[in-house]
Ligand binder design. Structure first.
Ligand SMILES: *[C@@H]1O[C@H](CO)[C@@H](O)[C@H](O)[C@H]1NC(C)=O
Ligand SMILES: *[C@@H]1O[C@H](CO)[C@@H](O)[C@H](O)[C@H]1NC(C)=O
Ligand SMILES: *[C@@H]1O[C@H](CO)[C@@H](O)[C@H](O)[C@H]1NC(C)=O
Ligand SMILES: *[C@@H]1O[C@H](CO)[C@@H](O)[C@H](O)[C@H]1NC(C)=O
Ligand SMILES: *[C@@H]1O[C@H](CO)[C@@H](O)[C@H](O)[C@H]1NC(C)=O
Ligand SMILES: *[C@@H]1O[C@H](CO)[C@@H](O)[C@H](O)[C@H]1NC(C)=O
Ligand SMILES: *[C@@H]1O[C@H](CO)[C@@H](O)[C@H](O)[C@H]1NC(C)=O
Ligand SMILES: *[C@@H]1O[C@H](CO)[C@@H](O)[C@H](O)[C@H]1NC(C)=O
Ligand SMILES: *[C@@H]1O[C@H](CO)[C@@H](O)[C@H](O)[C@H]1NC(C)=O
Ligand SMILES: *[C@@H]1O[C@H](CO)[C@@H](O)[C@H](O)[C@H]1NC(C)=O
Ligand SMILES: *[C@@H]1O[C@H](CO)[C@@H](O)[C@H](O)[C@H]1NC(C)=O
Length: 454
């Protein structure tokens, strides 16, 4: 039955269609990584933390304001799920009983925000179990995106098996409810790595940045000034046999090197699942992982390669830059992660101020096998995004990589000043950014951050 809100939706869709030639629609993918001072502001939080004690809640994903009055949740995009899910507030009902001494704030933070359907006057439960419709606005989207009858699921169970699966989902897969609602007939999404700054000034840049705009999702057309050169196009799917999450994005990895040394070893080539949801751990086959450890002289701490920061190469010609090469059978495409992004220093750790770590895991580590929904090698979004623009086109059944164009990529002017280009303040590329590093004071905070960012 057509309602006023349906009409408004149609009007919105029409307005967007008319403007299509000039506009892409930009949705920030943000991270408040917390603890202080870059956690989420209390106005977005159900259970505010006492900020004067230096703790804030963290969030990651696309910021949605759902219901009346609006409740704030963050949902990382999934490109193989078509539904959007938010986590139900009931998940924290028994938290303080099950975790004596635990605080409800930590429970809320763990889920990247919670939704209480019973507290929204506009929520309408749908006949389908766990689903409902409500008003939604996409926070900080440019131009504004809002709809009064957005359909989404409310999850009341968690999957305790998987790292990161406590978060909701912004379903951007084929037949996506989100895309059908806001961009009917369009099934294209661009992903642009911003280096921590919004390209549209929303949210405003601040120091320290609250939040960090890690990526921007571009709808209704790719922004052609954000990439250059030939596209490296791959079919979407079928899901990798290694996947347990229907993830249909894979790449054939035909070379990996540290600096000048190949570390693919006897493997020759392998198929890796590409995780576009924002997790930042790359997972190598064990033979490659072992060569990575050897090539970088790492020790293993909690299943991750660790370093004495003071012992890392300081001469750029000897840096442990990680380069991955993919092949489509006809041509190659390479992405590189510089050492200073690959290996994160945690200077605040009192017991070891020299501690540094690479966010690389071993696919055959039993803990990794238990903790990740994908079996086998995984290339994390950040590894690709640091230098690439990603286009996903469900209607064509294709996705592609192209060399990203960033403000800091501009060739340095041939002047006397040879300051290196900016974005070293970024968070996403290496997993853990400078601001967090500065905030890190305890090993437990480190463990939490690794979980949060994986
Ligand atoms: C594309 O990106 C550039 C640089 O970020 C921006 O100035 C421009 O407005 C964007 N174009 C569209 C159509 O959104
Ligand atoms: C917040 O923490 C500070 C310092 O521990 C304390 O003085 C203050 O009373 C607390 N405020 C609230 C509202 O609990
Ligand atoms: C809504 O449901 C949640 C979860 O069961 C509960 O904690 C909360 O008190 C309820 N809110 C109201 C206003 O009844
Ligand atoms: C919370 O505990 C009550 C009583 O034991 C139980 O009925 C309910 O299912 C629990 N809720 C959750 C979300 O675990
Ligand atoms: C998308 O929806 C159409 C129509 O409902 C259906 O025919 C098609 O199989 C769906 N595609 C996918 C990938 O689910
Ligand atoms: C996939 O996940 C399900 C549910 O968590 C589990 O039962 C199943 O064994 C997993 N399959 C594989 C191939 O890992
Ligand atoms: C590593 O990358 C940096 C740029 O971040 C470059 O200056 C350096 O030459 C590279 N070194 C190697 C060994 O590839
Ligand atoms: C892989 O890359 C390294 C470093 O560029 C190079 O030395 C090696 O020959 C390459 N291996 C293959 C199989 O292309
Ligand atoms: C790290 O290396 C530096 C310089 O070689 C050394 O002084 C320091 O003790 C080392 N730290 C640890 C924790 O081994
Ligand atoms: C991956 O690429 C290599 C080198 O081009 C090729 O030999 C291999 O068959 C490819 N693997 C798959 C599964 O396509
Ligand atoms: C982000 O924007 C601010 C303010 O415009 C600027 O000072 C800063 O250099 C930018 N950082 C990056 C990494 O582009």
């Amino acid at each position: 039955m057509p309602t006023l809100s349906t009409l408004r939706t149609l009007t919105l869709a029409l307005a967007i269609t008319i403007n299509r030639a000039q506009a892409t629609v930009v949705v920030p993918y943000v991270s408040y990584i917390g603890p202080s001072p870059i956690g989420i502001p209390n106005e977005f939080v159900r259970n505010p933390v006492n900020e004067s004690e230096g703790m804030y809640q963290g969030r990651i994903g696309v910021h949605l304001a759902i219901g009346t009055p609006p409740q704030h949740v963050w949902v990382p995009p999934h490109f193989y799920s078509s539904e959007t899910y938010v986590k139900s507030v009931s998940l924290c009902d028994n938290y303080t009983i099950a975790n004596p001494g635990g605080q409800i704030e930590y429970c809320e933070s763990e889920y990247s925000g919670l939704f209480a359907a019973n507290e929204s006057s506009t929520f309408e439960r749908s006949s389908e179990r766990s689903f409902g419709v409500d008003a939604v606005s996409v926070f900080d989207a440019v131009p504004d995106l809002q709809n009064d009858e957005f359909r989404f699921g409310v999850q009341t169970t968690k999957d305790p098996n998987y790292v990161g699966e406590n978060w909701g989902t912004l379903g951007l897969g084929p037949n996506s409810t989100f895309l059908n609602t806001f961009f009917p007939g369009k099934e294209q999404v661009g992903i642009y790595y911003t280096g921590g700054n919004s390209t549209h000034g929303k949210p405003a840049h601040s120091i320290p940045p609250r939040p960090l705009v890690i990526y921007e999702l571009e709808f209704d057309g790719y922004n052609q000034s954000h990439y250059t050169g030939e596209k490296f196009t791959q079919p979407i799917g079928p899901p990798s046999t290694l996947s347990n999450s229907s993830n249909p994005f894979t790449l054939n990895v035909t070379n990996i090197s540290i600096g000048q040394d190949g570390i693919l070893g006897g493997a020759g080539s392998f198929i890796a699942t590409v995780d576009l949801s924002g997790r930042t751990s790359t997972i190598f086959p064990s033979s490659v992982y072992d060569l990575f450890i050897a090539a970088t002289g790492a020790e293993i701490t909690n299943g991750m390669p660790s370093y004495n920061f003071s012992s890392l190469p300081t001469n750029p010609a000897e840096f442990f830059n990680l380069t991955l090469t993919f092949s489509d059978g006809f041509r190659d495409f390479s992405v590189s992660l510089p050492q200073d992004i690959l290996i994160t220093h945690f200077p605040g750790l009192p017991e070891n101020p020299d501690f540094a770590m690479a966010n690389i895991l071993n696919a055959d580590d039993p803990m990794v096998m238990r903790s990740w929904p994908v079996r086998g090698p995984v290339i994390a979004l950040n590894q690709l995004m640091f230098t690439s623009y990603i286009g996903i086109d469900h209607s064509a059944g294709e996705w592609w990589l192209a060399k990203a164009v960033h403000p800091w990529d501009e060739p340095a002017p041939a002047s006397t000043n040879n300051t290196p280009p900016e974005p070293k303040e970024n968070t996403a590329a290496g997993g853990i950014g400078d601001n967090l590093k500065k905030a890190m004071v305890t090993a437990s905070a480190l463990a939490a951050a690794v979980i949060l960012l994986c």
